[in-house]
Design a protein around this ligand. Structure first.
Ligand code: PLP
Length: 389
């Protein structure tokens, strides 16, 4: 059977299916026991105090910004090479977004440029309230350096780790929030583990955790300590004490996540193995393979290669088209967010971040996912070799 090879896809087992079916036979499709079980398992895995599961990582980013009091007049800084959701969350809160250019080797937010931008922003009184590093492709940003800058300039840190569950930084799991206030994960099917749609927040701050739990469920609490006193002849079994949303994850989704989590380490090992094979096979081609910071262990959500357009006569577009013709659905992660028409309408201009633009013009994500077969990977490698030979 001929079918196209995607750049990423889910890996679903019979155990995953059985776990979902069990919930469907149970009393609770939502707000039941699978949700806290999933949250507890992720908190344990990441070595974080609290985990709050949500309907998507986009919802998680929104609530994370709200919980850190981001609002009108405030600024959030993130990387231009990310999915639009990393920036949109600030706009949801009425705040503004700005972008810190990427490092040319890791493609993550460049710490030197962040530092320079902070110096300049301090002079004009426009420091960010939140900085959001994005662990592109599953490789952690330089969190100790960003954390040090946060102490100097007084900003809060949200890690967008949508790509990075199962990854490590300095030997510890991404999501432990040692160098940040909040970490966010996505469980969209192209990510490392999936719940269909879903996201999750980890934090070590119990106040933030409580706030986030209220925000995900209408701003309602049933905790007596948080409720205002009312006449005892009235029935007050819950109170809405703030404005919240319905951003809950269902038990059906949580059960799938809990089952997937049991294979997370295996998934990442497979992705590492596939990446190493690419590293070796593509060594002599005019492409740059993803450089790895020795402080990190990547979960390899993506394997972005960069075409050395000068050394070869092939354009990025040609390579992209040749892959599509061969039935390999490579992709580009990402168009710089500020180049999107919506952001251009705010006044962002072409060339705003130099390295991000260079990346945009040369990067292509080739397939990496745990169920990629040897034959499929060989085909990807053959297509690349045939393009350049
Ligand atoms: C996938 C992704 C998101 C959004 O995740 P959803 O769960 O689809 O809302 C946010 N940021 C990054 C970097 C992503 O890759």
């Amino acid at each position: 059977m001929i079918s196209s090879i995607p750049y990423g896809r889910q890996d679903i087992s019979q155990q995953d299916i059985d776990s979902v079916v069990d919930v469907l036979h149970s009393d609770y499709l939502t707000q039941g026991p699978a949700l806290p079980a999933f949250e507890k398992a992720i908190a344990n895995y990441c070595n974080a105090e609290h985990a709050i599961a949500l309907s998507s990582a986009t919802a998680a980013l929104h609530l994370a910004c709200l919980a850190l009091d981001l609002g009108p007049g405030d600024l959030l800084w993130t990387s231009p090479i990310t999915f639009v959701a990393s920036a949109n969350c600030a706009i949801y809160c009425g705040a503004s977004v700005d972008f810190v250019d990427i490092n040319p080797h890791t493609y993550n937010m460049d710490v030197e440029k962040l530092s320079e931008k902070l110096v300049a922003a301090e002079k004009v009184g426009k420091l960010p309230k939140i900085v959001m590093p994005v662990h592109l492709a599953g490789q952690s940003c330089e969190m100790t350096a960003i954390h040090t800058l946060s102490k100097k300039y007084g900003f809060r840190i949200i890690e967008d780790a949508s790509h990075a569950i199962g990854g490590k930084y300095k030997g510890d799991p991404v999501g432990n929030c040692r160098y940040s206030d909040i970490t966010i994960f996505s469980f969209h099917p192209v990510k490392i583990i999936t719940t269909g749609e879903g996201g999750l927040i980890t934090t070590n701050d119990s106040k933030l955790s409580k706030r986030l739990q209220r925000l995900r469920s209408h701003g309602i609490t049933s905790d007596q300590d948080e409720m205002q006193s009312r006449p005892s002849d009235e029935i007050w079994n819950y109170q809405q004490i703030t404005l919240g949303y319905n951003y809950r994850m269902t038990d059906i989704h949580a059960a799938l996540g809990l089952s997937q989590l049991t294979r997370l380490n295996q998934f990442v090992k497979e992705r590492q193995r596939i990446a190493q094979l690419y590293d070796n096979e593509l060594k002599n081609l005019p492409v740059v393979t993803p450089w790895q910071n020795p402080d990190t262990y990547s979960s390899y959500h993506l394997y972005p290669i960069r075409i050395n357009v000068k050394a070869t006569h092939k354009s990025q577009r040609e390579v992209y088209d040749r892959f599509q013709e061969a039935g390999i659905n490579v992709n580009l992660h990402y168009i710089p967010v500020y180049r999107q028409p919506y952001y251009e309408s705010m006044g962002f201009q072409i060339g705003y971040c130099e390295e991000a633009e260079k990346y945009f013009k040369s990067a292509i994500s080739i397939p990496v996912f745990s169920s990629l077969t040897n034959d499929q990977q060989s085909k990807v490698i053959e297509v690349l070799k045939s393009i350049f030979n």
